[in-house]
Design a protein around this ligand. Structure first.
Ligand code: ASP
Length: 321
């Protein structure tokens, strides 16, 4: 039993094919054993480094990377993940240059791409779109963000990052800060983190609080605040998010909250010495760049961990891990 499974599960890391041929749509599909497995495979790939690109376990497999919304990290990390495992990618980052701009429906686009590809990664601006695509797809669909709904692969990489940085998840106090209403990453992360013995603090402007319907589903101690200072000193993981400008219909409403929180070196002077500072990125001013040299700033390491987690997920749904 390695470091990863030890802290997550009592089960040994045996090959687990429960995700082979399956969609990944929501964090609700994961229990602690499934997480232990994802993280064990991701860690194997991290340690394998270049060696895995020589082995090419996904040689001959094709990923369709279908993005209806802007993305830098999710789209390029899935692309890098697939190519590092020896597979190839149909990149559709700009649906406006595809037949979607001619009015093609999502089901038709999905049924077309699955004729060419073995797995489809989908980002879409509508909540529920990945589940809709999955109804039509015979190949695995991976949800890479559905509107303000979920972002399960981000939550998996976020927990993997916490595990890498702190060695365990149980016992931690996680504070989520920013746009908790529209932020799909926090919706997924809070649900996934609740598989562990954690405490979660939510810090948001009054108008951007965590959705009321999610809170009762998250069965760990939780508390809501508008002021970070109320919980900063007890925080082990500070997860900062951007105000989701694209979800606002009213420009003035966005302007009134956009600068609500900014993490500076001064903020960190009042935080724990071993606190982990994370952000799913892009940041647009919530964390000042002076913070980047602080060892607690984990967001660039988080980006790299994300690639290993996405390598693991691709190999798992394709039945190769
Ligand atoms: N990149 C993340 C997402 O797609 C976070 C963000 O955009 O603020 O949800």
């Amino acid at each position: 039993m390695n470091h990863f499974t030890h802290h997550i599960s009592q089960q040994p890391a045996v090959r687990d094919h429960r995700f082979a041929g399956h969609h990944i749509l929501s964090v609700s599909q994961f229990d602690r054993d499934a997480l232990a497995y994802v993280f064990t495979v991701a860690e194997e790939y991290r340690q394998a480094g270049r060696e895995i690109s020589v082995q090419r376990p996904l040689l001959g497999y094709i990923l369709a990377n279908l993005f209806y919304e802007p993305s830098t990290r999710t789209s390029s990390s899935f692309l890098a993940a697939m190519e590092r495992l020896g597979g190839s990618v149909i990149p559709i980052n700009e649906v406006r240059y595809s037949s979607v701009s001619k009015g093609e429906s999502l089901p038709d686009t999905i049924r077309t791409l699955e004729a060419y590809a073995d797995v489809i990664v989908l980002r879409h601006y509508e909540k529920g779109s990945a589940a809709l695509a999955a109804q039509y797809a015979r190949k695995p669909v991976i949800n890479a963000g559905d509107g303000a709904g979920e972002h399960p692969t981000q939550a998996l990489l976020d927990l993997f990052t916490i595990l890498q940085e702190r060695g365990q998840i149980d016992g931690l106090t996680i504070t989520m800060l920013g746009d908790l209403k529209y932020g799909r990453t926090v919706h997924s992360l809070a649900q996934l983190a609740a598989l562990f013995d954690v405490k979660i603090n939510y810090v948001a402007p009054e108008t951007l609080r965590m959705p009321g319907e999610l809170i009762p589903q998250i069965r760990v101690p939780q508390s809501e605040h508008t002021d970070l200072e109320a919980v900063l000193a007890e925080t082990d993981v500070l997860y900062v998010t951007r105000i989701q400008k694209e979800r606002f219909t009213d420009e003035a409403a966005y302007a009134s909250v956009k600068d609500s929180y900014v993490i500076t070196p001064e903020t960190l002077s009042r935080a724990k010495a071993d606190m982990v500072l994370m952000h799913p990125f892009p940041r647009v001013g919530e964390i000042s760049i002076e913070v980047d040299t602080d060892p607690r700033a984990a967001y660039f390491r988080q980006i790299e961990y994300g690639m290993y987690v996405r390598m693991a997920l691709l190999a798992m749904v394709l039945g190769q891990a």
